[in-house]
Design a binder for this molecule. Structure first.
Ligand code: N2P
Length: 350
């Protein structure tokens, strides 16, 4: 906690500010582990409604320690070490299978009302019967850009790899998205584990480095300050910057990723019942709608639609058109290919 607050004194990003605020108001993890009326919730940053946690605390009498993450690899490493005492995590679709395989999550202690989910989310390949998880939010990977600098509006991944706008790019600090986008830009599947294809994608990323200001999940801060012109981006984070009308978002014609992040309970969770209580609380339409309205990511609860603000419902940033959806694929579990991705990612970042 001390380290996090020290970071603030240097230059707080919005994410760090929210992170620190949640730690200050909700307390730290240690010391609360043995209180049964506690929920240690590990979620992605910019991924919840402004009042969701507070209202859950009031409704349930459970105190929430809210911790944020902005990298799937960090999340996985923390779960693997198992010392953090998280009760509830929000895991990417492709990672859930790996967590199940490695015995790092537990089956949900109660049956969930799966019929509340949109039909297309009821039987996802990573957990076809909601035994381990329920979808939390979904969104897309695309290109965020400054409309007055990037002309014409980008429609291809090439704009991130041709250097036309100089050293003005951020790429996500997330191997699945950054290496995945590089693969697609080279004409390959974004889930490829083929060594030659990955080598070509690596070369594209190494060449691109001269134009990359940093690898970060805080891409919105850099764009809003107009320190960058282009970013590999997540849709809802861009929505949250919509008060800045100069920021646009595009899903390239070559295709991209659709991600579904899921709530699951770690194997070693000290308070699985509190986690289950939050899951059931979240599945109420008004709660899920509050999260979508707050962060611009779409939720899986069908009946929440009538409570989502009309301008969000009509915004293709949050709800892409059918035509766009056809160009999007899920990120798959890489299996044994994960090691090669890790090696390449390390080389790129070095
Ligand atoms: C939002 C994080 C999106 C998670 N800040 C991508 N899986």
């Amino acid at each position: 906690m001390k380290d996090r607050l020290n970071v603030l004194s240097v230059r707080p990003t919005r994410r760090q500010f929210l992170q620190a605020a949640s730690l200050l108001s909700l307390g730290c993890l240690s010391g609360c582990l043995d209180n049964p009326k506690t929920l240690n919730f590990y979620n992605w940053s910019l991924y919840i409604g402004p009042n969701t946690v507070k209202e859950f605390e009031q409704a349930s009498g459970i105190r929430v320690n809210y911790d944020e993450c902005s990298s799937a690899d960090v999340m996985f490493a923390k779960l693997k070490i198992g010392t953090e005492g998280y009760d509830l995590i929000v895991t990417p679709d492709y990672m859930l299978r790996r967590l199940i395989r490695q015995n790092l999550v537990q089956p949900l202690p109660k049956k969930v009302p799966g019929e509340r989910l949109y039909e297309r989310l009821r039987h996802p390949p990573w957990d076809p019967n909601q035994e381990w998880s329920i979808p939390y939010l979904w969104g897309t990977v695309g290109i965020a850009y400054l409309k007055d600098r990037v002309l014409p509006a980008p429609d291809s991944w090439k704009v991130l790899f041709d250097g036309k706008y100089g050293r003005s790019i951020t790429m996500l600090d997330e191997k699945r998205d950054t290496l995945g986008a590089a693969l697609i830009s080279q004409g390959f599947s974004g889930n490829s584990v083929n060594p030659q294809e990955l080598e070509q994608a690596k070369q594209a990323l190494l060449r691109q480095k001269q134009w990359v200001r940093r690898y970060t999940s805080d891409f919105i801060d850099d764009l809003i300050r107009h320190e960058t012109s282009l970013a590999l981006a997540w849709s809802g984070d861009v929505h949250q910057a919509a008060s800045d009308p100069t920021v646009g978002y595009a899903i390239p014609k070559e295709g991209s990723f659709l991600f579904v992040d899921n709530m699951a309970i770690p194997r070693a969770a000290p308070h699985p019942d509190a986690a289950m209580q939050f899951i059931l609380y979240y599945m109420q339409p008004e709660v899920a709608a509050g999260v979508t309205n707050g962060c611009g990511y779409a939720n899986p609860i069908e009946a929440s639609e009538r409570l989502v603000r009309p301008e969000i419902l009509a915004d293709p940033l949050t709800y892409p058109s059918k035509e766009t959806m056809r160009r999007l694929v899920f990120q798959e579990d890489l299996g044994a290919g994960e090691k090669l991705w890790d090696r390449i990612w390390e080389e790129v970042k070095r």
